[in-house]
Structure formats: structure tokens, C-alpha cells
Ligand binder design. Structure first.
Ligand SMILES: NC(=O)c1ccc[n+]([C@@H]2O[C@H](COP(=O)([O-])OP(=O)(O)OC[C@H]3O[C@@H](n4cnc5c(N)ncnc54)[C@H](O)[C@@H]3O)[C@@H](O)[C@H]2O)c1
Length: 413
């Protein structure tokens, strides 16, 4: 057996099977557990399929593929996790079920074993609260499909030991992933900052400004995004995307900036999940045709600008609230959701004056808190960082003490 340490994976669905494959490919022996034995069989067969395809494409030798598969074993109870060095939980997104699982896992593992949750939207500290030793619990958030997506968010909770964070991060780095550090707040980095890509696009549709195809065309044509918001929601699944939006909104104490849309809720209720159900915003049936966008440049640029400033506002606010460093925010959006460029860099290119003027006019028109600009954008404007285009490095550095101290206090001292 290798001396790399045994990795446990709890939950063998879409994420668990991908994570098991990543760990085994990095040379670890992996134990996977699922409450549903059929899910375990399915996971092993889907891992086998992926490896077989890699061998057929010449990316892997036959022997290497067999070795990876041999390293993965299924277990029928959490007692089998007793020798693991790190266990990553990827079961159903339900806080009570996750807490109960963590409690039962902690009862069988060594004191040095690190316990991680792959939750997309629940609080890591709340999961950790089920354990006696909360210092060993953190969030390790992979993206789907875990074997292909390079980004992993590392999320220490209030109670996580520093040693746990450094060990876990070093382990995931050694698997060839790109790790970023995120605060334990709703949506962490990517699922927080990306919300307007979906929400603002749906809002534009609901207002009758443009149809799905036109909005998708605008974001690809003028923003260089690989997929438009509606194509992407259909790809992710409207069930998953709607639930993440709803949970993030609830956990932000119903902040209107994150409010879900009725359009997506109705699709979710109707079971129109997207590609996997044959219909979502688009129809994927055999006789379906691809709708034509209205390729009007003025309209397209207006749509793109409105969505982009909302994304920039989220990224800048995440920086202001120290959810992550500037460079981790940039990396996250490019490696976690394939954005063509970092949003802070985009803010530089557009200029803070322009970003703020679009946000301010949206807020004036709609009189909604949804469009309130981040305080950090206003601070940047105050420092005249926007009169010409902001130098990117200055933009990153300018999240300094001055920017952090509200104007009232600056005047008072
Ligand atoms: N799907 C995504 O795009 C994605 C991305 C990142 C993170 N996540 C998170 O990863 C986790 C898993 O998501 P998924 O998409 O793989 O779900 P999934 O539905 O594909 O798989 C979940 C698995 O957990 C099993 N399970 C349920 N309760 C269990 C229990 N008590 N003990 C053991 N196994 C149990 C189920 O049988 C199922 O096989 C969730 O927390 C989700 O938020 C999902």
C-alpha cells in the first residue's frame, strides 16, 4: 500500500466519484462509502468509463488506468474509514444529514484525520459543530466535474486549526489542483460572485428586453464568455442552480442582491432542469431547433454591460469584505467558471467611473437595493483611481486601510 495516506470519500454521486478519481490518480488509496449501494456500483462503473476513455484517447496507458481503478475500494459502513488521513464528504446538501454523518465518522477515525465537506452552499462551521474536535474540520469545495475542473476552494471555518488548513491545502495542491482560500460565507467565492451572471440575465429576460438566445449571444459576442447564462444554467441543471441561488439568498438574510427569480423557480417546479431533462430554457428534444438571437449591437452591448457591472460589483464587494484576496478572486472566476478574464481586471479596463455610473443609474431607475454599489468602488473613485484607467496592480493594492475605513471615520481623525 502507498505511503501517501488513505483518502475517504463519503457520498459517491457526481462529486464523490469525481473526487475519488482525482485522489486515486494522484496515487492515493481511496475508500468510498454511500448510503445507497447502487450509487457505489454506479460510481465505480463511471470511474471505469472515464479511465477507459482516457486510455482510448492515449492520455493514459492501460496499466496506469488499471492501477488507478485498483486503488479505489468501496466500503459498506463508515467504520471502514478508520485508517483514513483525510475524508471528503460529498453527500446530499442537507445540514442535518451532513452533521449526523460527521458525528459518526469522527467516532471511528484517528485524532489526526482531517474531515472536509464539499458543500456548495451550507455553512462549514455548522457542519463542524457536529464534531468534538472542530479544529480538524474545513471545507474543500471542488467544481463539477471534479476530475476536469482545476479550481478547489479551501474554506477554513472559525473553528478550523491553521494546521488543518495548511495540511489540507498542501494535499489538494499535490493532486494538481489550483487552490484558493475563501471565507466561510454563503457561496464562498465562485458561487457568490457568479450569481448576477444568472440572476441579472433572467431579470433582463423577465423585463422583456431580450429573449434567452439574444442574451446568450450578447454575453458570448461582447464578453467572450464560452456559454451564455441560459445555456450554462441548462448545462448545470436548473434544479442545482436554483437551489444554490435560493440557499445563498436565504443565508444572506434575504439580501435583495441575491434574490432568486420566479422564472427559474417555475422551471425548477416544472422539472425543466435543462439538458438532463430534455428541456430547460431551451428544448433539447430530437425535433427541436436552436432559436435565433436578435443580433442588434446596441442591444447586445447594453445587455452585456448590465450583467458585467453586476458581476464586477460582486467581485469588488467580495474583496472589500475580505472573502478572498484579489488574486484568488481573479483565479477563482477564471478557473472555477471559465470566465475569459478576471472581474477586477475588467473593472480596470472599463474604469470605475463607468462601472459606478451604470450601477448608479440602475439603482436610480429601479430604486432597488439590488443595484447598490460596493463601498470599495466608491472609495476607489474617491481616490481618483478611475480618472484614467486603473492600473491593475494599483487596483489590487488599493484595498488598503484607507479603503477599509469609512469616510466618516476618515473625516473624524
Ligand atoms: N453537483 C455539483 O455541481 C456540485 C458542485 C460542487 C459541490 N457540490 C456539493 O457536493 C455534494 C454532493 O453533490 P452531488 O452533486 O455529488 O450529489 P449527488 O446527488 O450526485 O450524490 C450524493 C450522494 O450522496 C449519497 N448520500 C445521501 N445521504 C447519504 C448519507 N447519509 N451517507 C452516505 N451517502 C449519502 C446519495 O446516495 C448520493 O449517491 C453536495 O454537498 C453538493 O452541494 C455539488
Amino acid at each position: 500500500m502507498s505511503n501517501k495516506g488513505i483518502i475517504g470519500v463519503a457520498g459517491s454521486g457526481a462529486m464523490g466519484s469525481g473526487i475519488a478519481l482525482v485522489a486515486a490518480s494522484a496515487g492515493h488509496h481511496v475508500l468510498i462509502f454511500d448510503a445507497n449501494p447502487l450509487a457505489l456500483d454506479k460510481a465505480v462503473s463511471s470511474i471505469n468509463d472515464i479511465l477507459t476513455k482516457s486510455v482510448a484517447k492515449g492520455k493514459l496507458t492501460d496499466d496506469a488506468g488499471k492501477l488507478i481503478l485498483d486503488r479505489i475500494k468501496t466500503i459498506d459502513s463508515v467504520a471502514g474509514f478508520s485508517t483514513c488521513r483525510l475524508i471528503i464528504e460529498a453527500i446530499i446538501e442537507n445540514i442535518d444529514i451532513k452533521k449526523s454523518l460527521f458525528k459518526s465518522i469522527e467516532a471511528v477515525v484517528e485524532p489526526s484525520c482531517i474531515l472536509a465537506t464539499n458543500t456548495s452552499s451550507l455553512s462549514v462551521v455548522s457542519v463542524a459543530s457536529a464534531c468534538q474536535n472542530r479544529g480538524r474540520v474545513l471545507g474543500i469545495h471542488f467544481f463539477n466535474p471534479a476530475n476536469l475542473m482545476p479550481l478547489v476552494e479551501i474554506i477554513p471555518a472559525f473553528t478550523t486549526d491553521e494546521n488543518t488548513v495548511s495540511q489540507a491545502r498542501a494535499m489538494i495542491d499535490s493532486w494538481g489542483k489550483i487552490t484558493v482560500l475563501a471565507k466561510d460565507t454563503p457561496g464562498f467565492i465562485v458561487n457568490r460572485i457568479a450569481r448576477p451572471f444568472y440572476g441579472e440575465a433572467i431579470r433582463i429576460y423577465e423585463e422583456g428586453i431580450a429573449d434567452f438566445a439574444t442574451i446568450d449571444w450578447a454575453m458570448k459576442e461582447f464578453g467572450g464568455f464560452k456559454m451564455g447564462p441560459f445555456e450554462l444554467m441548462d448545462f448545470i441543471g436548473n434544479d442545482i442552480n436554483y437551489k444554490v441561488t435560493e440557499t445563498v439568498w436565504e443565508q444572506f438574510f434575504y439580501d435583495p442582491r441575491y434574490r432568486p427569480s420566479l422564472t427559474q423557480k417555475r422551471l425548477y417546479e416544472a422539472g425543466l432542469f435543462g439538458r438532463k431533462s430534455g428541456r430547460g430554457y431551451y428544448n433539447y428534444g430530437p425535433d427541436s431547433s436552436v432559436p435565433e438571437p436578435v443580433k442588434n449591437e446596441y442591444l447586445g452591448k447594453a445587455i452585456f454591460t448590465r450583467v458585467l457591472v453586476m458581476l464586477i460589483n460582486e467581485a469588488v464587494d467580495a474583496l472589500y469584505l475580505k472573502i478572498a484576496t484579489a488574486s484568488d478572486i481573479e483565479t477563482s472566476m477564471m478557473k472555477g467558471v471559465n470566465y475569459p478574464k478576471g472581474l477586477l481586471k475588467w473593472a480596470d479596463e472599463m474604469g470605475v467611473d463607468k462601472v459606478l455610473s451604470v450601477l448608479n443609474s440602475l439603482q436610480t431607475d429601479y430604486q432597488e437595493d439590488r443595484y447598490r454599489p460596493s463601498l470599495l468602488l466608491k472609495k476607489w473613485q474617491l481616490k481618483n483611481l478611475s480618472s484614467s484607467t486603473i492600473n491593475h496592480s494599483r487596483c489590487l493594492q488599493s484595498c488598503d486601510l484607507f479603503c477599509r475605513v469609512p469616510q466618516f471615520f476618515q473625516q473624524a481623525v
